[in-house]
Design a protein around this ligand. Sequence first.
Ligand code: NAP
Length: 248
Amino acid sequence: MSKVILITGASRGIGRSAALLAGARGWSVGVNYASNAQAADETVAAVRAAGGKAVAIQGDVRDEAAIIAMFDATEEAFGKLDGVVNNAGIVAPGSPLAEMDIDRLRRIFDTNVLGAYLCAREAARRLSRSRGGKGGAIVNVSSAAARLGAPNEYVDYAGSKGAIDVLTIGLSKELGPEGVRVNAIRPGLIETDIHASGGRPDRAQVLGVQTPLGRPGTADEVGETIVWLLSDASSYVTGAILDVTGGR
Ligand code: NAP
């Protein structure tokens, strides 16, 4: 069945892969991005080439009005939503907590926690059957850091992803009766640009060989799990937190 979905942070990396895989199923995708319009436009073209529909939507998940606008833009383009992927997320350069300043901590928590909570709130408002929605699925992108803690690197980021896990558990119980499934995935070491933004472009390759599967993961391998959790094939899965980590 064709679906209408919104993916935050879909211009690059994991979100982009999920968008392309959704496109290959013929789905319609709101491709949100923060600042890289060229990457978003390329993703939109690739989704269309794969057989789906797509529209690029600029909007910073730290901005409540921008979040509401990105949901509106998706529904104006394609009709009522079936699914939302809460994917936009950032890291900052690796550092022990003792060295982290308040601006960094605010940036991480504003983006990864408040941004994700506000997107999930908006999804709850649009998807819930009692509010006129069709039901559907929310997929929250957490991280293996939520259970590893990321010491001396990203304990701020790890904590922000811990919040995503708990959001998933609570919201799945709130929204089950509304016909909305809520799940999370926890990627491990995945080859994307995020590691460069954390100051270690080769981090996934270097550490990935230490995983039980002996390599880093690809964005497509994560995208597949996102699209499965959005799809009707996972119709009895809710409140689940799925590791996609090569066993890490
Ligand atoms: P990425 O390659 O750095 O891509 C990040 C995406 O998020 C881009 O599309 C970017 O848009 C967008 N974005 C960043 N800040 C935003 C904001 N404030 N508002 C809206 N969009 C924003 O990252 P990734 O590796 O694909 O990560 C995606 C998710 O997976 C994140 O939640 C991350 O924490 C999680 N994750 C990744 C890994 C990994 O190893 N890669 C592991 C565990 C979890 P622009 O293109 O406009 O900058």
